[in-house]
Design a protein. Sequence first.
Length: 180
Amino acid sequence: MTGNSTALTGTVRVRVLHRSDAAGLADAYQRNREHLAPWEPARAEEFFTADGQAASIESKLGLFIAGSDVPWVLVDGSRVVGVMNLSGIVRGPFLSAHLGYWVDKEMTGQGVGSAAVGFAVEAAGSDLGLHRLQAATLPHNAASQRILQRAGFEQIGLAPRYLRIAGSWQDHVLFQRILF
């Protein structure tokens, strides 16, 4: 899982996040700031800088080493065009994790999100031995819901005021995929 990148679609590849991705992530978040604003938490200005991303990367890599998260970046050449993460990995009888992702505004509708989610499902089952993945979307995020459904996720409920997104507590539609 820490090895080389894997082809997703066209020239887009996926790989585990590196410390050297700080500037590329800052650029991607700056480029996609308006595109992501309705779907993500409100962000401090520092988040959109290379230093802010370096701090975020250190935190994510610490969780990766601890075995509770797997942070991936989607890259097209050297350009970061998305992020995907398995977080909150729980072992024992649960064997579950949360899946989150976003794709660059210039790459939407090109199958990148579907390929990335398919990759995450495969890695979660075969590499991590997980039984289940969960994902949550805002009720009006039809594109993400279609990606999850194509990847075999089932809608399992609605979580009222689940996450603070774009500055307010918002309901989320919950999905799960049983892997084995």
